[in-house]
Design a protein around this ligand. Structure first.
Ligand SMILES: *Cc1c(COP(=O)(O)O)cnc(C)c1O
Length: 401
């Protein structure tokens, strides 16, 4: 028996992170099995992951890559977007959605978002279309799916491809038929970054019904070489290969794919947990002392939402603090939060290259000042969630005007 001090110091509650992956024995065993297999990079687990993912989303082609950014880049390349072309993208997104447009030498055309959903507004997309527009990158922000039916008609008729940035939206379902976000456009990109709804650490998937697009993406994902590493290096494969174009190094590893397979098998379970937390947040926030200071995100009680993010908005006119001060105070209360997103048009690169201004795109510019992404991750407990709500009450309460 060990002797214990008479009074243990009261343990401080651990810092509650903004995001945390859910890893079980299943994932650990899958990764260990790859380590024992002698084949670490692109091989049988990647092929299996692609097949399982294609089956899950109900499309014939899924190309595993090492990020959603890579998937978006490959999609633009495969569609043939290049210099002189324009690609429409919301200003309310992560760097990745727009930088890939510059990578293929085309021009990003930023558009404002809808005040309620924070997804690009259909009208803004249509208004931004010119004779040079080749594609629209649709971002399903936070996991709230955009119904792309209207735009598919409007843009498709004009030869404009829709590429879905579904980095937040696995699995988000659209309309009564429950079609998955990411499967509606010409191509869809999913992210398996560590904070996303399923993860491989780093990783992504390009999905498409267009087999020629998938073939081109597959070749370009590995040096523009016409065979993948598995075929080249196994005894069954040939040593011969041909370089068809100056490609990229975007392949996923078997280690990552094994993790992805285990996560994919849990996708519905993980989604259920996020859904439950989103409802619990709504319930507790509505019953809290800050119910009329904190606006809830759209899509509560709507099973279609993937809930990658739970983004509240502060009624700043009712507060003496600004959003930055609230985030700092929450941190002092042991709660990690984030901001999604600092609109693209406010960043130096876009201010310079597109000659945007901080106040341009009025909805995004205004909403940016008041958004906070609260912690939401599958293994968060009810007690964790209550801590977040209590911290909001402690921080916002004294700041109410
Ligand atoms: C995370 C994210 C990406 C990029 O995903 P990676 O897999 O990290 O490349 C793209 N778009 C959006 C909206 C994202 O949030």
């Amino acid at each position: 028996m060990t002797t214990r001090p008479i009074r243990e110091p009261r343990a401080q509650e651990a810092f509650l992170p903004f995001a945390r992956p859910s890893i079980t024995e299943r994932e650990k065993e899958a990764v260990l099995a790859v380590l024992d297999s002698g084949w670490l990079t692109t091989g049988p687990r990647v092929k299996e992951f692609e097949e399982a993912f294609a089956a899950f989303v109900g499309l014939p082609n899924a190309v595993a890559v090492n990020s959603a950014t890579a998937a978006l880049h490959l999609a633009l390349d495969a569609i043939g977007v290049g210099p002189g072309d324009e690609v429409i993208v919301p200003t309310w997104t992560f760097a990745a959605s727009a930088e890939v447009i510059a990578h293929v030498g085309a021009t990003p055309v930023l558009v404002d978002v809808d005040a309620e959903t924070l997804n690009a507004s259909d009208d803004a997309v249509i208004a931004a279309r010119t004779s040079k527009t080749r594609a629209y990158i649709a971002v399903h922000f936070a996991g709230l799916p955009i119904d792309l039916d209207r735009l598919t008609g409007e843009l498709g008729g004009n030869g404009v491809s829709i590429i879905e940035d579904a980095a937040h939206a696995f699995p988000s379902r659209i309309g009564p038929a429950g079609r998955l976000a990411g499967t509606i456009g010409r191509a869809g990109a999913y992210s398996f970054y560590a904070t996303k709804t399923i993860t491989t650490g780093e990783g992504g998937m390009l999905v498409t019904a267009d087999s020629a697009l998938a073939d081109r993406a597959r070749v370009m994902s590995l040096h523009g070489i016409s065979r993948d590493a598995w075929n080249r290096y196994t005894q069954a494969g040939s040593w011969y290969y041909e370089i068809e174009d100056a490609g990229f190094k975007y392949n996923l590893t078997d280690l990552a794919a094994a993790l992805g397979l285990a996560q994919l098998a849990r996708a519905d379970e993980l989604h259920e947990k996020r859904l439950r937390l989103s409802r619990l947040y709504a319930e507790h926030l509505r019953a809290s002392s800050v119910a009329d200071i904190v606006e809830l995100p759209p899509g509560i009680d709507d099973g279609a939402h993937a809930w990658h993010l739970f983004v509240i908005r502060l009624k700043l006119e009712r507060l003496r603090s600004d959003r930055g001060a609230v985030i700092e105070a929450l941190r002092e209360h042991g709660i990690g939060t984030s901001v999604h997103f600092i609109p693209l048009h406010m960043h130096p690169y876009y201010l310079d290259t597109l000659r945007t201004e901080p106040g341009r795109f009025p909805v995004a510019s205004r909403e940016y000042e008041r958004v906070i992404s609260l912690p939401i991750w599958p293994d968060m407990t009810d007690r964790d969630l209550q801590r977040v709500v209590s911290a909001l009450e402690s921080v916002l309460g004294p700041a109410i005007r």
